[in-house]
Write a protein that binds this ligand. Structure first.
Ligand code: URA
Length: 438
């Protein structure tokens, strides 16, 4: 059956007019149902990208996306519930640490995640590198798991926010990702469809984020908080640094290995720090009298191994091999070629083009260039050097995990080209720029 002809709606946006709520709803729901063609949906995204969407249009887009599927009231869960989302970064495994930490503190983490987008990694892709692990949980499975295990990380499905699933992939394929209203509607539709007691947002800023300036990131945080307020939801957003890869692993299985090392207490860096910051400063008001108490509880469940055990139970509940927490090297897929990356000049590392490092990892196969493409879970980059570190020529600063030698060489070159090394020093960037409440 031919669907509605909504070219006039796209033409209105193309010409800079404001769309009515019903027009946006017809387009979005039509596309989600397969009645509006990909060409028209792509043209709409580009028009919205260039012309922008005002607050009412952004609310209408978000509302249409939420209405494209079911919503989950989470009434069967006895714990206070929280959802956490990042606007996208490089080596951003915070959710994978935060979820088991918060769950071990007694909170229920009910998280709908995305896949890799552009140069950024996706939590779902990372988790699916664990053999057997499924993220296509039914709403019932999702809710039951949050109640029983304390955390679940699932994909938006045909049931939950299907319009975001469709539009997210189309934005990736049409260069329409870094737009404040499109990101805000995408992120918040997934958060509004799952009725947690609290929404935590990690709004990234810097070379590896979609928002390259603190002002743009603050605008995105503000738009997301406005949406939370319009839906009457408690929400808290932090603008955090993405001026370099956050952790050391930029890939999928490599990120899981890093997560396990953090949960096992073998590694402690900016990923662990930010996960503990969200648990410490984001959760109070929920169940703790102040952030000091929450922070020390978060530190305790990480140090005691409780968070590691919760991660094991989450992996197992989603069908994954739970031995990944004991022996990640042998459970996770491994790339055939592992080449060290050496510093090519001496000096202080003053900046990293994190987007370029993300793209280099994508070129190895860790990301997609079309929405149908499968990713290679084993490949990626490990970069241990951080801004402010002193490097010496020839010093090993990481590794490339690749399918073959020529791919490994190209990635090692790309990593070095992404590093700015100078003789003078530099202050490491802050981890958090600031917080905003709905
Ligand atoms: N994360 C999302 O869920 N959507 C975006 O558009 C960007 C990051």
């Amino acid at each position: 059956v031919p669907g509605p002809d909504l070219r006039h709606v796209v033409a209105l946006k193309r010409d800079g007019h404001t769309l009515h709520e019903d027009e946006i709803r017809s387009l979005v729901l039509g596309y989600a149902r397969g009645e509006v063609g990909t060409e028209l949906a792509a043209a709409f995204l580009m028009a919205a990208y260039i012309r922008g969407l005002d607050p009412a249009e952004t609310r209408a887009l978000t509302d249409a996306m939420v209405r494209s599927g079911r919503t989950l009231s989470l009434e069967g869960i006895s714990r206070p519930t929280v959802d956490k989302h990042s606007t996208g970064g490089v080596a951003d495994g915070v959710t994978l640490v935060f979820a088991p930490v918060a769950a071990s503190m007694g909170v229920g983490v009910a998280k709908l995640s995305g896949r890799g987008l552009g140069h950024t990694g996706g939590t779902l892709d990372k988790l699916e590198s664990i053999p057997g692990l499924r993220t296509d949980l039914s709403p019932e499975e999702f809710e039951r798991q949050v109640d029983r295990v304390g955390c679940a990380v699932a994909a938006q499905t045909a049931d939950l926010v299907p319009a975001d699933g469709a539009l997210y992939a189309l934005r990736d394929a049409t260069a329409t990702v870094p737009s404040v209203p499109l990101i805000a509607a995408s992120v918040m539709s997934k958060k509004l469809a799952v009725e947690t007691d609290l929404i935590l947002l990690d709004v990234k800023v810097g070379s590896g984020a979609f928002m390259k300036t603190v002002e743009a990131a603050e605008e995105l945080a503000g738009t997301c908080m406005e949406l939370a307020k319009a839906w009457g939801r408690a929400a808290y957003a932090a603008v955090t640094d993405m001026s370099q890869p956050l952790g050391t692993a930029i890939g999928n299985a490599l990120d899981i290995a890093e997560t396990v090392a953090i949960l096992r207490g073998e590694e402690r860096g900016r990923v662990a720090e930010l996960a503990l910051t969200f648990a410490g400063e984001g959760l109070p008001g929920q169940s703790w009298p102040d952030d000091q108490t929450a922070r020390s509880k978060a530190e305790h469940v990480l140090a005691s191994g409780e968070a590691l055990e919760t991660f094991r139970r989450m992996v197992e509940a989603q069908g994954g091999d739970p031995r990944v927490v004991d022996d990640p090297q042998n459970v996770l897929p491994r790339a055939p070629v592992v080449e060290p990356v050496f510093a090519r000049r001496s000096g202080t590392l003053v900046a990293v083009d994190a987007e370029a490092v993300g793209r280099a990892s994508g070129a190895l196969g860790a990301g997609r260039t079309t929405k149908e493409e499968a990713i290679d879970p084993a490949v990626g980059i490990v970069l241990r050097a951080k801004v402010g570190d002193r490097l010496d020529t020839g010093e090993p600063i990481g590794e490339v995990h690749a399918r073959d030698d020529s791919a490994a060489r190209a990635a090692a070159d790309a990593v070095n080209a992404a590093l700015a090394v100078r003789d003078d020093g530099v202050e490491p960037p802050p981890l958090v720029y600031g917080w905003r409440r709905a």
